[in-house]
Design a protein around this ligand. Structure first.
Ligand SMILES: CC(C)(COP(=O)(O)OP(=O)(O)OC[C@H]1O[C@@H](n2cnc3c(N)ncnc32)[C@H](O)[C@@H]1OP(=O)(O)O)[C@@H](O)C(=O)NCCC(=O)NCCS
Length: 296
């Protein structure tokens, strides 16, 4: 009888392993003259960018652009179309009331994470594990694993959360040592994930802004980010945050039936050529508050 040699690693994930995301959005954007335009989309971030640049609907083009005023996640395209029609039928006063309530509930605040946040962070991250190639992870993570992950990360770097006024986790950003050898001590690897409902609305910029500010204060000299390729949204985001792409590991990961690359991004946090001071493991509570206030 032929004995199979033991194999290493998981069975490759197939296209069928990717959970479908059929959700769509009904939304309103506000034009510079104050008017509200209602629409629907299955890619809120892309549609918002188009409205912002003035390349969205004819109405918002004519008005010179528009910014998000209300968004409602719907089960699928037909539900979003129905909600869009209902929004369009609302009186101006009812539209304004809806937008005001949405604005209130979605006011974003940043705070430092504590290990007990691990469950919520894991839930957000798991959406990308099961729906996206943004992470190379196949298996979902548990709350307990992520409680440990938050605790471990906070030992040497910031772990920041963005929350809505009604208590939903809208995103997280964290940083940990890039390599373990001592000479790398001034390098941090940064990570960020925003909830699908929050992408393209400025949450990432605030979270990463605060994260990078905290790293600078701790005395880190470089931030590195590893971005799955393709991930044009994250590429554009890292470029916008000042990072430069310096390399690509082509064809290095396999997920959902496709080969993926991994691009390397770097941001110099400090330009000093002199010998660096040792990195401080944490900031004082006063410094943490200052960082949060800066990105309030
Ligand atoms: C990548 C990610 C963190 C960016 O956060 P975000 O809140 O969506 O980004 P912001 O709205 O703050 O955008 C900040 C800037 O990034 C750039 N940007 C963001 N999304 C973009 C897009 N889809 N196309 C072009 N530029 C984009 C823009 O310059 C933008 O600034 P502007 O709106 O003033 O022009 C977020 O979209 C996300 O979590 N995506 C899914 C998970 C993921 O890929 N994580 C990264 C793993 S490495």
């Amino acid at each position: 009888m032929r004995v199979e040699a033991p194999r290493f690693g998981p069975a490759p994930s197939t296209a069928a392993d990717r959970l479908p995301d059929e959700s769509a959005w009904a939304y309103m954007v506000r034009c510079p003259d104050g008017s509200l335009y209602a629409g629907w989309t299955n890619d809120l971030a892309r549609r918002l960018r188009a409205h912002k640049r003035g390349t969205g609907a004819r109405y918002t083009r004519m008005k010179g652009g528009a910014a998000l005023a209300y968004a409602e996640r719907c089960a699928d395209k037909s539900a979003a179309l129905r909600r869009e029609a209902a929004l369009k039928r609302l009186s101006k006063a009812d539209k304004e009331a809806l937008a005001a309530a949405w604005q209130r509930d979605n006011r974003v605040t940043l705070r430092w994470a504590v290990p007990e946040d691990g469950g919520a962070v894991a839930q957000l991250y798991n959406w990308y594990v099961t729906h996206s190639t943004a992470t190379f992870q196949y298996d979902t993570v548990t709350a307990a694993q992520y409680e440990q992950f938050v605790a471990d990360t906070l030992r040497s770097g910031p772990f920041l959360l963005a929350e809505s006024a009604d208590g939903r986790l809208l995103g997280y950003a964290c940083a940990h040592p890039w390599h373990t050898r001592q000479a790398y001590a001034w390098d941090a690897e940064t990570t960020i994930y925003c909830a699908p409902e929050a992408v393209g609305q400025g949450v990432g910029r605030r979270l990463y802004g605060a994260l990078l500010a905290a790293l600078r204060r701790q005395g880190y000299h470089n931030a590195f980010a590893l971005v799955a390729s393709p991930n044009p949204q994250s590429d554009a985001f890292h470029r916008a945050m000042g990072f430069t792409r310096f390399g690509l590991e082509a064809h290095t990961g396999y997920k959902f039936g496709q080969w993926l690359g991994l691009s390397y991004w770097q941001l110099a946090l400090c330009r000093e050529d002199d010998a660096p001071a040792p990195v401080r493991l944490t900031l004082t509570e006063a410094e943490k508050s200052e960082v949060l206030e800066e990105f309030f």
